[in-house]
Design a protein around this ligand. Sequence first.
Ligand SMILES: C[S@@+](CC[C@H](N)C(=O)[O-])C[C@H]1O[C@@H](n2cnc3c(N)ncnc32)[C@H](O)[C@@H]1O
Length: 284
Amino acid sequence: MNEFGGNWTENKIEILIEYAKAYLTIMNINASKYNWDLLYFDGFAGSGQIQGDDNTSTTIVGAARRILEIKDPRSFDLYYFVEKEKRYADILRHKTIPFYPNKKIHVVNEDCNVKIESLSRFLSNNGKRFKALAYIDPCGMQLNWKSLQTLEKHSVDVWILVPTGMGVNRLLKNDGNISDAYSSKLEQFLGMSRQEIFSFFYKESQVLTLFGEETITTKEQNAIDKSAELYKERLKTLFKFVSEPYVLKNKMNSVMFHFFMASNNKNALRIANQIIKKYNNLNY
Ligand SMILES: C[S@@+](CC[C@H](N)C(=O)[O-])C[C@H]1O[C@@H](n2cnc3c(N)ncnc32)[C@H](O)[C@@H]1O
């Protein structure tokens, strides 16, 4: 079972479900008119169940099963769930396929990066008639920018959980001395060079000390918000519209993640922003 991150885990799933229902309502009219098929892609699907982290037996139903439950106004025509951990993929398969015999469900035990690229190839070739809704819900910085880049210009609405506090900010050391391993993780995740990342998050200034002039490196004060702004700008290079983020905070009120929706459809943006606003207001 995957571990539960508190209230925001539930809110994140509720946001996705609310959006998926609105998406299916609009697509229900257009799909028959234009002969479209609808695909749901989940890149970090989990086991279908999320376990509480508070030593209680609290569990919540994961997004994959919640999405499968939706049948009104319609279902998706195809569901594609990706999970890298074999035992989670096996559990998810057993908890979904037998329960929805009329739905086309694939559960694959693979790396999401590999399968996003396959999704992109599919949408460009045999799957041209498909419109897709994708959910990218990693626990860390597993999504590579170059994988996401392959979705550029496709008819896909993507919800992405970005580990701004949990990931990016933790790798950006205060003194700017970022190890090669951390730097290459940041480069892979943001699709930027080491120098570009450094210039975005750090300032260098010359100060006069007892031993002469020295260079002082200072990290941006609000690196978490800055990394959310940066990721949003990066997403805008791939998609026409990017929503405001839903901000996920832990019990100590520290920001862990920002949750965005990116799309090439203006209506998608409007709906996503309405839902996000409602849930951000619940945070206060
Ligand atoms: C936050 S959990 C997903 C929870 C799930 N969305 C739900 O609602 O139940 C992240 C999942 O991604 C899986 N994972 C980690 N790295 C991955 C990768 N590179 N590709 C695919 N899955 C991965 C983990 O095993 C874990 O089950």
